[in-house]
Design a protein around this ligand. Structure first.
Ligand code: FES
Ligand SMILES: [Fe+2]
Length: 359
């Protein structure tokens, strides 16, 4: 039996890909800097959510649907810590309770919207979309390093058509570098399968390149150049349905006296499904080099944007194959050794969804 990327692979012409995201999970709504004193409308896990910052700086997240005539609350405005609907002025506090109906003094007890637990843990704002009784400690701390002054980082966001797991699987099988990114990242030696480790809460991979050359971006940032032989240690993890992380440690064992011998490059891949067939991809890249010069930083950002646009293009192309080909998911899927990490991640996801379904 295939472990398809959807939790129900039965072809159904209307909804070929069904929701495959657990709700009892910390999901990233957006980056912390994007939430301010203007209502911010977002779609996540099929729901419309409005986020805003209260006067004390903390973040509120509410259902973006007024229970009166169903207008989006985000079309209204903030009044202190409350949000006022832009249609008839009903006003809700950060807990989702209606505190004012301009046309009458009585407020029906059912007049409220759902309020979601939020953690603002820069660089991301995380939201708990599931059962508040099942809330787990978190969100994962692995995405916090961009706030560390010892790193210089850059970031980006894109909206992609496809199931979010396609991206998560993409970043767990990096043998696509030599093809998808042949002219951008130029990492052409990633051919074999990495070592895969599965623990209770994550799936990790590791691959070592001993006595190799550095691809251009790394050669330039570290000033090691493309000619010198160094060691590269690549590793990464599926941390949760919302988060994958990756890193590359560079070891220049013949570094001249006074020069740095070790460098670390890190990446965060955050995926937030808007629907089963569309997701937001938010990413950070960075080096453990404080205050990198702006030109080098811009070069890294531009190159990463080009590379990740290449990932988006291939993912959207295979998504079209799933959706438009009348065979949909009823098509062979050949699994080879380099797919191990992705397959293990699928299993972890399915187990989490199954567990949630069974209460
Ligand atoms: S729809 Fe919001 S107040 Fe009427
Ligand atoms: Fe890629």
């Amino acid at each position: 039996m295939t472990t398809s990327l959807v939790n129900n692979p039965t072809a159904d012409n209307q909804t070929i890909i069904k929701p495959n995201y657990p709700r009892n999970c910390w999901w990233v709504a957006t980056t912390s800097e994007k939430v301010g004193r203007e209502p911010l409308a977002l779609k996540m896990l099929d729901m419309s959510v409005v986020l805003y910052r209260k006067e004390d700086g903390s973040v509120a997240a509410l259902d973006d649907r007024c229970p009166h005539r169903w207008a989006p609350l985000s079309s209204g405005k903030l009044v202190g810590d409350d949000i006022q609907c832009g249609y008839h002025g009903f006003t809700f506090n950060p807990e989702g309770e209606c505190v004012r109906i301009p046309s009458q003094p009585q407020i029906p007890s059912r007049c409220r919207v759902r309020s979601y637990p939020v953690v603002d843990q820069p660089p991301f704002v995380w939201v708990w979309m599931g059962d508040p009784e099942k809330i787990v400690e978190g969100p994962p701390v692995e995405a916090q390093w961009p706030a560390d002054p010892n790193y210089s980082s850059w970031s980006g966001e894109t909206l992609a058509e496809g199931n979010y797991m396609l991206l998560k699987e993409n970043v767990l099988d990096l043998t696509h570098f030599g093809y998808v990114h042949a002219t951008s990242f130029k990492i052409l030696d990633w051919v074999g399968a990495p070592t895969v480790m599965v623990t209770e809460d994550r799936v990790s991979f590791r691959q070592e390149f001993i006595g190799c050359n550095l691809p251009p971006m790394f050669a330039e940032v570290t000033a090691i150049g493309t000619e010198k032989k160094v060691n590269r240690y690549n590793y990464g993890s599926y941390v949760s349905p919302a988060l994958n992380v990756a890193a590359l440690d560079i070891e220049d064992h013949e570094a001249e006296a006074g020069k740095r011998k070790n460098f670390q490059f890190r990446v965060i891949h955050v995926t937030t499904p808007e629907t089963p067939t569309r997701f937001r991809y938010m990413w950070f890249g960075g080096f453990d080099i404080p205050d990198m010069d702006p030109e080098t930083l811009q070069m890294c950002k531009t190159l990463t944007e080009i590379g990740f646009a290449e990932d988006k293009a291939i993912i959207e192309a295979l998504h079209r194959n799933i959706m438009e080909d009348p065979r949909h998911l009823d098509y062979p899927e050949i699994i080879v050794q380099t797919d191990q990490a992705a397959i293990q991640a699928r299993r972890k996801l399915m187990a989490q969804i199954e567990k949630e379904k069974n209460g």
